[in-house]
Design a protein around this ligand. Structure first.
Ligand code: SF4
Length: 64
């Protein structure tokens, strides 16, 4: 799995970090980023849920 976050689209709503806190976090400005080493989603079934939860569809998930 490969996750990308469009930081130009992210509005810092935080839904991704709430939904999959083992993969997503928020930077000092509140924008989403991936936790170090979790760029592959860490096998978490919550990653796709987090992408769906994002109100501006900033997260895309591809199968590697
Ligand atoms: S849910 Fe979407 S808008 Fe909110 S922080 Fe995550 S990527 Fe950004």
């Amino acid at each position: 799995m490969r996750i990308s976050i469009d930081q130009g689209v992210c509005i810092g709503a935080g839904q991704c970090a709430l939904t999959a806190p083992d993969v997503f976090t928020q930077d000092d400005d509140g924008f989403s980023e991936l936790l170090p080493g979790r760029e592959d989603g860490n096998g978490s079934p919550l990653v796709r849920e987090a992408a769906r939860a994002c109100p501006v569809a900033a997260i895309s998930v591809e199968d590697a």
